[in-house]
Design a protein around this ligand. Structure first.
Ligand SMILES: C[S@@+](CC[C@H](N)C(=O)[O-])C[C@H]1O[C@@H](n2cnc3c(N)ncnc32)[C@H](O)[C@@H]1O
Length: 271
């Protein structure tokens, strides 16, 4: 099979499936997109053909492309992903962008609760080398992937802690608590499409709000005066997340939309 035939195995020309085929072939043949385009007659080796067909079968079985490739770009970083981690989503970059725009101390103390691949914590650490950044997760194998990503990008200053939300941490105060916690209701129809990713990364009790409540309500005890909490949440949860912040005594509450125009991030300051 040559590259042209391999590309044509799945999807219409110009379709997203064809683009995925192209990314897979670039990965297995170690070629750029441009090289792939101009080498359509090049034959795949037996091993490359096998790897490619197995990858197509995994995608057909519902695995995200990032699991098959083993990595996913996020912010300016290429992050290792495994089936122990959520695949970082482009919309989460809104959370990174939003907190980078806050007026925080030069050497701010920051924690990313439920770090997954380390996407948020490592992006912040890469942009603000003077910040003291801690990344936590409930699941040790997930945290190990985040640690690998820190090493891969030379972000050796980031600290890691395993445990349930704030229980993972040594006593201290933060200038910023940031999190993309699980926020989907177990019965949500979208869960069917997310079956390949760990349920612990996605689902929360109380219509998806249980973890958000914990992070906000307990967060007051972990913040410096004027400290912020910034959270990603579901497109339809902004109003209730704002209420939780309000009831917990936070001020400057506001919601930011994602690239698709949906409410996605709510943040507030504890004065
Ligand atoms: C939605 S994922 C977000 C991952 C990553 N921050 C990102 O944005 O791509 C939520 C993460 O929270 C972790 N998590 C779930 N419950 C937790 C808990 N009770 N305490 C700490 N981490 C938790 C999961 O293991 C998962 O990595």
């Amino acid at each position: 099979m040559n590259i042209g035939q391999a590309l044509a195995l799945r999807g219409e020309s110009e379709s997203y499936e064809r683009q995925e085929n192209s990314w897979l072939l670039e990965h297995f043949l170690n070629l750029s997109g441009l090289e792939l385009k101009f080498r359509q007659a090049q034959e795949l080796t037996v091993e490359q053909e096998q790897q490619y067909l197995i990858a197509l079968a995994r995608i057909a079985a519902g695995e995200p492309l990032a699991y098959v490739l083993g990595s996913q770009p996020f912010w300016t970083l290429d992050l290792k992903v495994t089936s122990d981690t959520l695949v970082p989503r482009p919309d989460t970059e809104i959370l990174v962008e939003t907190v980078l725009a806050l007026d925080l101390p030069q050497a701010a103390n920051v924690v990313d609760l439920g770090t997954g691949t380390g996407a948020i914590a490592l992006s912040l650490a890469s942009e603000r080398p003077d910040w003291s950044v801690t990344a936590t997760d409930i699941y040790a194998p997930t945290l190990a992937v985040a640690q690998e990503n820190a090493v891969k990008h030379g972000l050796h200053q980031v600290k890691f802690a395993c445990g349930v939300w704030y229980a993972a941490l040594e006593p201290q105060k933060f200038d910023l608590i940031v999190s993309n916690p699980p926020y989907i209701d177990a019965d949500d129809e979208h869960m069917a499409k997310l079956a390949a990713e760990p349920e612990r990364a996605l689902v929360a009790a109380k219509q998806g709000l249980a973890d958000i409540e914990i992070i906000i309500q307990q967060g007051r005890d972990w913040l410096n005066p004027q400290g912020w909490i910034a959270l990603e949440h579901g497109y339809d949860q902004a109003m209730v997340v704002q209420q939780i912040f309000q009831q917990a005594g936070f001020q400057q509450i506001r919601t930011v939309k994602d690239y698709g125009g949906n409410d996605r991030v709510t943040l507030a300051q504890y004065v």
